[in-house]
Write a protein that binds this ligand. Structure first.
Ligand SMILES: [Zn+2]
Length: 87
């Protein structure tokens, strides 16, 4: 069985999804990212609620970074951290 680089695999997957017209773009991802993160913080299954967002995050490092940053920021807010402690 041939080993396929995961990057190559992702590109292939992305291309396949594009062909099927099911992949969302970064813009759509950003639009729903806050709701996705809120669900996650609520302990709900965000990936099930927004499977295309979840999928995009697995493919797109830019949006994945954004997601991590948003998650970290909201986590801090929920923890009741002092708002002026971030510097
Ligand atoms: Zn993206």
């Amino acid at each position: 069985m041939a080993r396929i680089q995961s990057d190559t695999l992702k590109k292939l997957l992305r291309r396949a999804l594009n062909t099927r017209g099911e992949e969302i773009g970064c813009e759509t991802c950003f639009e729903s990212l806050d709701r996705f993160v809120e669900l996650e913080l609520d302990g709900k299954d965000a990936a099930q609620a927004y499977p295309l967002i979840q999928y995009h995050l697995e493919l797109c490092t830019g949006c994945a970074d954004e997601y991590q940053a948003l998650l970290a920021a909201l986590n801090e807010l929920q923890d009741g951290a002092a708002p002026d402690s971030a510097s």
